[in-house]
Design a binder for this molecule. Structure first.
Ligand code: APR
Ligand code: PHB
Length: 386
C-alpha cells in the first residue's frame, strides 16, 4: 500500500488533518487501533475556540454544529457562593466559544470522510514506524490477521498521549516537560437540562467543581477528587450531594456515566524528526481546566497542513520545517493558561493556607480588574492562528 501522508490515529487531530489534505488534493490513509464504535463511544471535551469553529466551517464540516452547537459569550467564575461573569463579548471585542461535543465533531468528520471515499483502517494492530530519517518512511501493522505495510512520503502521529509515534523518535531527540497535579476530576454526564446558561467554574474549600454541558438537555459536571480516586466510593447520591454543595444550585438527576481524569501538563519538543511529525495529544497534554486540548489539536493540524500543502505545491520544505517551532509557541501559551486556571481553582491536598490566600486574591483581582478579566477572556476564547 502507498499513500502520500500516513496518519496514525483517528481522533480529532488525525481526522481534521485528513480533511484539510483531501481538500488540497493530498492523499492520506488513517490507521486507527480501535473500532469506529469504540472511538465514537468515548466522552471527551466540548468547548471550541472561534478559530477551531472557523476551521470546521472552512472544511464544510459545520452543518450539524451550526444547528446543535451552543454559542457562549462568557463563563462564570464562582467564589464564596457568588458567581461572577467573564463577559467574552465585551472583553475581547465580540469573540465567543462554541459548546459542541468532541464526540459529535468526530462523528461528523468520520461521516464526511466515508462520503469522500477516504481510507481509514480501523482495528489496525501493532502499528510501527520505519525509515523516518529517509524520504520513504513507512508504517507496518497487522489487520485481520495479515501483516501490512503502508509506504508514505510523510508520517503524522495523531495517536494521542499513549501512542506509538512519539516513542519512535530516536533516543535523545525529544525533551519532555511535565507537571503532574495532585488531583483529578470526577466527571459525570447528567441527562437533564443544564441548571445554568453559562459554564460555571467554582472555587470551593472542598475543592473545585465545574458545570458544563453538551446540549440544552445534557449536563456535563465535574468535581475535584484524588487522582487515583476509587469510583466505588462515589455512588450517585454522593456525587449529587457534593455537586450541590460546591455549585450550590441543586436540580439534576444523574446518568450512570462516571470516570476520573487525572490532571497533567506535558510537552514533548520538538514535534518533528525527519519525516515523522506529531500533532495533538501525541505531543502535548493540558489539564482540562482551560478547555484547550481539542483546540490545540486543531491549531497543530492547521499549521502542519500549511507546511504539507506548501511542500506538495512547490517542492520546498521551508514552511514544513517551521512547523514544530510555530506550533510550540501556541502550545506553550495554552500550557500556561491551563496551568494558571488549574492552579487558581483547585485545592491542593496538603491544604496550604498561603496558597489559598493567593488563589482568593487572584480571583478577586479578576472580578475587579477589567485588564485581568480581559487577559483570562482572551486566552479562553483563544488567540487567532497567526
Ligand atoms: N495505533 C493506532 N492508533 C492509535 C494508537 C496506535 N498505537 N495509539 C492510539 N491510537 C489512536 C487512539 O485510539 C485515538 O483514537 O489515536 C487516537 C488519538 O486520538 P485522541 O486521543 O482523541 O487525540 P487527538 O486527536 O490528539 O485529540 C486531542 O482529544 O483527548 C482529547 O483532550 C484531548 O481534546 C483533546 C483531543
Ligand atoms: C466539558 O464540557 O467537558 C469541559 C468544559 C470546560 C472545561 C473542561 C471540560 O474547561
Amino acid at each position: 500500500m502507498r499513500t502520500q501522508v500516513g496518519i496514525v490515529g483517528s481522533g480529532p487531530a488525525g481526522l481534521m488533518l485528513s480533511h484539510i489534505l483531501h481538500r488540497h488534493g493530498i492523499e492520506s490513509v488513517i490507521l486507527e487501533q480501535r473500532s469506529r464504535d469504540y472511538v465514537l463511544g468515548r466522552i471527551r471535551a466540548g468547548v471550541l475556540e472561534q478559530a477551531t469553529v472557523d476551521l470546521l466551517v472552512e472544511l464544510g464540516l459545520d452543518s450539524r454544529m451550526k444547528r446543535e452547537g451552543l454559542i457562549h459569550t462568557g463563563i462564570e467564575l464562582q467564589l464564596d457562593g457568588q458567581r461572577h461573569r467573564i463577559d467574552f463579548d465585551a472583553l475581547t471585542g465580540g469573540r465567543a466559544v462554541t459548546v459542541y461535543g468532541q464526540t459529535e465533531i468526530t462523528r461528523d468528520m468520520m461521516d464526511a470522510r466515508l462520503a469522500q471515499g477516504g481510507q481509514t483502517i480501523y482495528e489496525a494492530e501493532d502499528v510501527s514506524v520505519h525509515g523516518i530519517e529517509t524520504s520513504k518512511p513507512s508504517l507496518r501493522f497487522r489487520h485481520n490477521g495479515d501483516s501490512e505495510e503502508l509506504q508514505c512520503d510523510f508520517i503524522v502521529g495523531c495517536d494521542g498521549f499513549h501512542g506509538v509515534c512519539r516513542p519512535s523518535f530516536p533516543a535523545g531527540v525529544i525533551q519532555n516537560f511535565e507537571r503532574v497535579y495532585p488531583y483529578g476530576w470526577l466527571g459525570i454526564l447528567a441527562n437533564v437540562a443544564p441548571s445554568s446558561e453559562e459554564l460555571v467554574y467554582a472555587y470551593h474549600d472542598r475543592g473545585f467543581a465545574l458545570l458544563s454541558m453538551r446540549s440544552t438537555q445534557v449536563s456535563r459536571l465535574y468535581i475535584q477528587v484524588a487522582p487515583d480516586e476509587d469510583l466505588k466510593q462515589w455512588p450517585d447520591d454522593r456525587v449529587w450531594d457534593e455537586l450541590s454543595i460546591r455549585l450550590g444550585t441543586p436540580g439534576w438527576t444523574l446518568r450512570d456515566e462516571k470516570s476520573v481524569t487525572p490532571m497533567r501538563s506535558f510537552v514533548a519538543e520538538p514535534m518533528q524528526h525527519g519525516r515523522l511529525f506529531l500533532a495533538g495529544d501525541a505531543a502535548h497534554i493540558v489539564p482540562p481546566t482551560g478547555a484547550k486540548g481539542l483546540n490545540l489539536a486543531a491549531s497543530d493540524v492547521k499549521l502542519l497542513s500549511d507546511g504539507l500543502i506548501s511542500f506538495y505545491a512547490t517542492g520546498n520544505s521551508a514552511v514544513l520545517d517551521g512547523y514544530s517551532r510555530k506550533a510550540l509557541e501556541r502550545v506553550w501559551r495554552a500550557e500556561h493558561f491551563s496551568w494558571f486556571m488549574t492552579s487558581m481553582l483547585h485545592r491542593t491536598p496538603e491544604g496550604d493556607a498561603f496558597e489559598r490566600k493567593l488563589q482568593r486574591s487572584q480571583l478577586a483581582y479578576i472580578f475587579k480588574s477589567r485588564a485581568a478579566a480581559a487577559s483570562l477572556a482572551e486566552n479562553y476564547v483563544g488567540l487567532p492562528f497567526d
